[in-house]
Write a protein that binds this ligand. Sequence first.
Ligand code: HEM
Length: 274
Amino acid sequence: MATILKDLWNFFYLQTWDTCLVFINLLAPKIKKGEMYKEGQPGYKGIWPEFIRPNPETDSRSPCPGLNAMANHGIIPRNGRNIELSSLAEALEKTWNLGAPFCRDTCNSVGKLFKKDAIDLSDLAKHNIIEHDSSLLRSDAFFSPDQTVPDKQLIERLLGSATGPVAPEYPEGQVTPADLGKALSLRIAESKRNNPQFSLNILHSFFGYSNASVFYEILGGDVKTSRIILEEEKIPDGYESFMRSRKGLTMKKQYFRAAHIWFHTNTQLKLKDE
Ligand code: HEM
């Protein structure tokens, strides 16, 4: 009973806080270019801590490009082990300009799903806890048992499908929510057809749309930036989060974007050789 009350309290507290941030974000001016990261913080003046490729013998990595990139730059422990969820929440907020309630809620959920206060990144690769089939950028665990390695073919296919026009902020074009919806439909259709152990429940499907929405909001769908972060799991020099709102990405904005991408999915999609 005490746990249920605590969960309910946390839910209402974080949702109320998040709603306040939605209004502040609507009213406050956007963060100007060059002002995202404060002095002494990673990313200040576009300079990120040194990138060091992980040692597969000793370092723990996840299926998440964002978290792996943070470890590769030493923003969280480079060995990817024993990462306290409370410090992860703070690091996520500062690195990607995610809203504080969003980070707390995500890290609380991770803690509950894995029943831990500190995780190794490889914990996140356990199949069907958060990691799931039909991911946008990694082939299913049935085909790729090591989910911690980026799948360059899938990444290039997504980036190659970008229909957003070239612009100063998107020098190689932009992956739009419609492109993400189509790409997710294709992944689901492929998994259904090819993976004899395919499974995707509503929660995991929601995770898929959430990941796509974080990709769009934080990496801007920008082809040039995304290629480096997704393929090399490296934060490019000069990178600033594409989320320019003062209080960062709120849960409500993320739900909205996930719904927007979902709106563009086509579950009736037929594969070419069917
Ligand atoms: C505590 C915070 C986070 C956790 C626990 C987390 C965890 C995960 C996990 C387990 C996956 C794989 C899910 C799957 O099977 O598709 C994933 C995918 C992904 N994450 Fe994260 N993530 C976090 C934050 C971030 C951030 C900050 C970014 C962006 C910079 C990000 C971007 C992505 C993207 C683009 C994918 C899709 C990769 C794919 O489809 O293979 N995540 N994340």
